[in-house]
Design a protein around this ligand. Structure first.
Ligand code: XIL
Length: 315
């Protein structure tokens, strides 16, 4: 039936995937990506990031992002915007810049406002803030925090809301999928934002997992956020293994995909699941985690793996 069709029938908004512009020239890849029975939502893996969209101050380039947005429109797929403010993949004028607090505030307002405004009406949800915390729950000491302390978060969220009042505004992070210091830090942040009347609609759980080590408290953590009236989503799911892949690892990966997807299914306020690309051919894992890979539900030749059946079993 297709993963999105199954997810919709089970009451979710979407099942989707990340994609990236260079992959779109692969016609067999594109044919699958365009199948809205399988994927009812897409996320650009790179082309809406700061280095891609505002490489020099005040000069915006939307060609890559537009290509993905137009594809989503043509396919009838929802679009997640990714992302406005992140310490990584920043142009050097931001990362190496020296800014007063007032100047960086203007920079963030202009970046988020222009980016979100450009896609107004086309985006289901925006990762306005990406990866604000260290794993121990302290704030990441990046240019934003070091210049503006925690105020950069409301500054970005307010600019995004003003630019597209109908987009759901998210904070997205990894290693918040288990109870612990980082999840608690995120919970405290969103509680404070809500108390202060700052626009915030959702929290994204990236879910970049390792076979045999997926979260066992994902449902519990998600429910702590939905109890505050927020929605949640699985935004970047993949489950990697140390290569070479074996039948045993693929069988464990199937169970792991099933349990992660099941956690979202069990939480009413979990609106959807996005895998961080659907095929091992274009996964970010091998180039980032040396010796690891095979993290996606389809293999490099676009054949489904046991993991696919694990997802189907949960949907
Ligand atoms: C990754 C992309 O998939 C890669 O192509 C790129 O080289 C690095 O970034 N968390 C995120 C994503 O929020 O933006 C990252 O995407 C993966 C980790």
């Amino acid at each position: 039936a297709g993963l999105h069709t199954l997810a919709k029938a089970a009451g979710k908004l979407y099942f989707g995937t990340a994609t990236d512009n260079p992959e779109l020239t692969d016609t067999a890849y594109a044919a699958k990506l365009n199948d809205s029975k399988e994927f009812g939502q897409i996320t650009p893996g790179n082309s809406m990031k700061w280095d891609a969209t505002e490489p020099t101050r005040g000069t915006f380039t939307f060609s890559g992002g537009d290509q993905i947005a137009n594809l989503a429109k043509a396919n009838g797929q929802l679009l997640r915007g990714h992302n406005c403010v992140w310490y990584n993949q920043l142009p050097s004028w931001v990362s190496d810049g020296t800014f007063t607090a007032a100047d960086l505030t203007t920079v963030i307002q202009n970046h988020c406002g222009t980016l979100v405004g450009h896609y107004k009406g086309q985006i289901y949800s925006w990762d306005v803030i990406n990866e604000p915390f260290n794993d121990d729950g302290t704030w990441r000491q990046d240019i934003f925090y070091n210049t503006l302390n925690t105020t950069y978060v409301p500054i970005a969220l307010k600019a995004a809301r003003a630019a597209d009042p109908n987009a759901k505004l998210y904070i997205n992070d990894y290693n918040i999928e288990n109870t612990g210091a980082k999840a608690t830090a995120m919970l405290n942040l969103v509680k404070e934002l809500i108390a202060d009347g700052v626009p915030i609609d959702g929290v994204g759980f990236q879910c970049h997992f390792i076979v045999g080590e997926v979260s066992t408290s994902l449902q519990t953590v998600m429910e702590q956020f939905t109890a505050l009236g927020l929605e949640v989503a699985i935004t970047e799911l993949d489950i990697r293994m140390t290569l070479p892949e074996t039948e045993a690892l693929l069988a464990q990966q199937q169970k792991d995909y099933q349990s992660v997807v099941q956690a979202c299914m069990n939480v009413e306020g979990c609106v959807g699941i996005t895998i961080w690309d659907w095929t091992d051919k274009y996964s970010w894992v091998p180039s980032t985690f040396s010796g690891q890979g095979a993290a996606c539900p389809w293999d490099e030749n676009f054949a489904i793996k046991p993991a696919y059946n694990g997802i189907v079993a949960a949907l």
